[in-house]
Design a protein around this ligand. Structure first.
Ligand code: PLP
Length: 390
């Protein structure tokens, strides 16, 4: 491997050559079952024909013109997204961290419009919102921020899934203008909050007239069994960010706003050279169209429950599993010990998994994973958990 790539990633010693659906093949032709989907990106699996077709057609027609001009596909994607999500408008960018930067800027300007000179955004312990300076400052996870001070001021963190902590913070910090929260914490350990957590946050934001901002970068685009995770709660946020699976591998990010939040950012306030270019929008439109024409989102929770049930049933060392947390095809299996080593052991067995928060196996398979692949996944993983914890 070249030493000319900056060593910012601790990579597995493997290179993939091609993929199809939930399968990947390495350079030597060995086949792997992908239960991580590029970290919740390839929800439609690899080499999806509709995405492939859209990219081929669009790249032969027009790749990029810039946001100096109208972009027909961007307008169509914005129409689709707002119809499907209940939001009012969209700012397009190229990644999750950029989508959150747009949300942070929106919240700060919203605060200034209300006469607050130093607006504060409330975020949650163990949160992850990205790696740029703003999104990293919003992130509570200390490891992510270490070495990069001075951070951006204007963020405070309270424990996740703790309404009293949010209420206390709102009492003692009158300058809070927004709450930014993940509907399920992904990097933080697949933490699933109380069923009505988002409803309660919505009510509190309404009462205090502050913005409810949801980071749906990992949970969005069907991952949890609804297009957006907040749709489980029948609420609408004021701001919502998405990226990852929106392009199924083509970089697209979006910051969606609604109501009082929709008119905050105006001409000259924000921008992106690539954001919402024709190629990215063609991919995202193909993704949304394919999801709508299939039962993949509707079936995600049944498949996720099946995986969780099979892992519980097949793992003999029951004591090794502290808890399985799951919504749709977002699954965290917390073990009673650090288990990062399992990633390499699973790879040797032809299975791609991830470990987060040290002791939680995270599964984010493509939504099109089928019954026999689920059986293979749970057979392999349960045996690995037993062997590892024996
Ligand atoms: C909840 C959440 N927010 C933000 C990000 C950052 O997204 P990106 O890596 O596309 O910048 C991630 C990435 O894992 C995420 O899971």
């Amino acid at each position: 491997m070249t030493t000319h790539i900056m060593p910012t990633y601790a990579r597995q010693a493997i290179t993939f050559d091609r993929g199809e659906g939930a399968w990947l093949w390495d350079m030597a032709g060995k086949r792997y079952l992908d239960a991580i989907a590029g970290i919740a990106v390839c929800n439609l699996g690899h080499a999806h024909p509709a995405v492939h077709r859209a990219l081929c057609e669009q790249s032969g027609k027009l790749l990029h013109t810039s946001n100096l001009y109208n972009i027909d596909l961007q307008a169509r994607l914005a129409d689709q997204l707002t119809t499907l999500t209940g939001m009012d408008n969209v700012f397009f960018c190229n990644s999750g961290t950029e989508a959150n930067e747009a949300a942070i800027k929106l919240a700060r300007k919203f605060g200034h419009q209300r006469g607050i000179e130093a607006p504060v955004i409330l975020t949650m312990d163990k949160s992850f919102h990205g790696r740029t300076m703003g999104a990293m400052s919003a992130t509570a996870n200390a490891k992510i921020k270490q070495g990069f001070a001075p951070l951006l001021p204007g963020f405070i963190h309270v424990p996740y899934n703790d309404m009293a902590a949010i209420e206390n913070a709102l009492q003692s910090h009158p300058d809070i203008v927004a709450i930014l929260v993940e509907p399920i914490q992904g990097e933080g350990g697949v933490n699933v909050p109380a069923r009505d957590y988002l409803n309660q946050i919505r009510a509190l934001c309404d009462r205090h007239q502050i913005l409810m901002m949801l980071d749906e970068i990992q949970t969005g685009v069907g991952r949890t069994g609804k297009l957006m995770a907040y749709q489980h709660n029948d609420i609408l946020p004021d701001v919502c960010t998405m990226a990852k699976a929106l392009g199924n591998g083509v970089p697209v990010g979006a910051c969606l706003a609604r109501g009082i939040a929709a008119d905050v950012l105006t001409a000259g306030n924000h921008g992106s050279t690539f954001g919402g270019n024709p190629l990215a929008c063609a991919a995202a439109l193909a993704v949304l169209d394919s999801l709508q024409q299939s039962d993949l989102i509707a079936d995600a929770n049944t498949k996720g429950q099946l995986i969780s049930a099979q892992i519980s049933a097949k793992t003999q060392n029951k004591a090794a599993i502290v808890e399985i947390r799951q919504l749709g095809l977002m699954i965290g299996i917390e073990l009673n010990r650090p288990c990062g080593e399992l990633v390499g052991k699973a790879l040797q067995q032809g299975l791609l998994i991830n470990v987060t928060a040290d002791n939680t196996i995270r599964l984010l398979p493509p939504l099109l994973i089928d019954q026999s692949q689920i059986t293979q996944l749970t057979d392999t993983l349960s045996a690995l958990i037993d062997e590892f914890t024996r």
